[in-house]
Write a protein that binds this ligand. Structure first.
Ligand code: PDD
Length: 286
């Protein structure tokens, strides 16, 4: 079962895939991306991911018709060729190839890259015990709702957090407002209610975040989308992060403080169960 790439419609083994050094994605991170997981060949929440991809493209002045690019067909083709039971589908669309110039030419042909890799198995200990987050200042740009490939601040924050013994960094404004983590959204539970920062331009509008909010409605957990301070985060009863790659991952420590009693709480557990119920069978891990 090979890990595959598909560049502008041509499939090849992943190690053989190349793009030009003049690709604007390489030169300027002039590109956007999506990550979708498929279970038994069925992409989970694909329409939602493709809608967000369209939105990211439009917000970067690269409006494009994903049907014309045959993205859904390429996904189906890649899934049947790679045939993993759980597949991470990465899609990246760059503005195209041009000699390095900040000013882009009109009419460039976008580079469309997809990769199909086996999803690594989840670590059950992390789901049982929860993980720790290090708070750090959010140093990203002002358009974080775009799923853009320019992720250097995220990369630096994540690596510093892991080197300091945490699973990830939680990004906080200079005023102490919590935004999200380096590759996931964040939720807390306080007095039985599920609270998460508002989906404005300062965070990625996570597909999993939306799905978690829908699960909460089904599980009769009240929700509140509003700003939250880092003190509130640290003093909450429970916390978790959400993303396509981790689904719902409990957080039991922020900096040097336990969240609640330092164990995975009942509302998080109920939401994890509700979440799994809506997923394809193979997606029921830890
Ligand atoms: N990251 N916030 C950020 C900054 C992210 O990069 C991601 C996802 C999320 C969660 O979004 P979703 O629920 O749609 O996966 C939130 C992906 C998985 C990545 O960069 O690999």
């Amino acid at each position: 079962m090979p890990e595959l790439a598909c560049i502008n419609g041509n499939f090849c083994p992943i190690d053989e895939a190349t793009v030009s050094i003049n690709d604007r994605g390489f030169q300027f991170a002039d590109s956007v991306y999506e990550v979708i997981v498929a279970y038994d060949g069925k992409p989970f929440l694909m329409n939602e991911h493709l809608e967000r991809l369209s939105r990211s493209l439009s917000l970067c002045d690269m409006p494009m018709d994903l049907d014309e690019l045959k993205i859904e067909q390429l996904i189906a083709d890649g899934l049947s060729r790679s045939a993993f039971s759980a597949t991470v589908i990465y899609i990246q669309i760059t503005r195209g190839v041009q000699e390095r110039n900040h000013l882009y030419r009109d009419g460039l042909t976008p580079t469309v890259l997809l990769t199909f890799r086996e999803k690594p198995a989840a670590d059950p200990d992390r789901y049982r015990d929860g993980v720790g987050l290090m708070s750090t200042e959010d140093q990203r740009w002002a358009m974080c709702e775009i799923k853009a490939t320019g992720l250097l601040p995220n990369v630096l924050a994540k690596n510093r957090a892991v080197r300091a013994g945490f699973q990830d960094a939680v990004l906080v404004t200079s005023d102490g407002l919590v935004r999200e983590c380096t590759a996931s959204n964040i939720f807390v539970i306080h007095a039985g209610a599920l609270i998460t920062p508002v989906a404005d331009e300062s965070i990625l509008h996570g597909i999993t975040r939306d799905y978690v909010l829908r699960c909460a409605a089904l599980a009769n957990v009240p929700t509140d989308e509003r700003s939250m301070t880092v003190e509130e985060l640290c003093g909450s009863d429970e916390a978790f992060i959400s993303s396509t790659m981790v689904d719902i991952l409990p957080v039991t420590r922020i900096d040097q403080q336990n969240v609640g009693d330092g164990t995975v709480g009942p509302v998080t557990r109920a939401l994890m169960a509700a979440y799994r119920q809506g997923m394809p069978h193979a997606a029921q891990p830890a």
